[in-house]
Design a protein around this ligand. Sequence first.
Ligand code: CU
Length: 138
Amino acid sequence: MRKLSLLLGSLAFITVTQLSAAAATSSLTVTLQEQNGSGESGTAVLTQTGPDLKVVIALKGAPAGTLQPAHIHDGTCAKLGDVYKPLLPGVTNGSLTTVVKGVTIDQLLAGTYAINVHESTTNIGKYVACGSIVKSSM
Ligand SMILES: [Cu+2]
């Protein structure tokens, strides 16, 4: 009887492992909506590249030549928490391509996270665009 339950346990483990591998999310588009009358909106396209997360932000209406800090935050756009990961070096001329090490899309979807963009390094308290990381935003 003990051997049988060990066998069943192993089978269950193998099945779960295969299911989670098959279900790994390879890409996700997050819609970045204008905040505080900024006139800036666009998308953040997340792509899983092995253990790392590639993030490509494209914003319309961004000011020319201003570095706009961007982060993955804990929480939702309605209630942002702390910075979870910075998206370096930030958005310039409405665009950013960056890689965040050791983060998966599924990990983000399993929690509550949002991507936001700040007006500038000198006025970081003003948010110009934000998008919650959720499956339905695809
Ligand atoms: Cu931020």
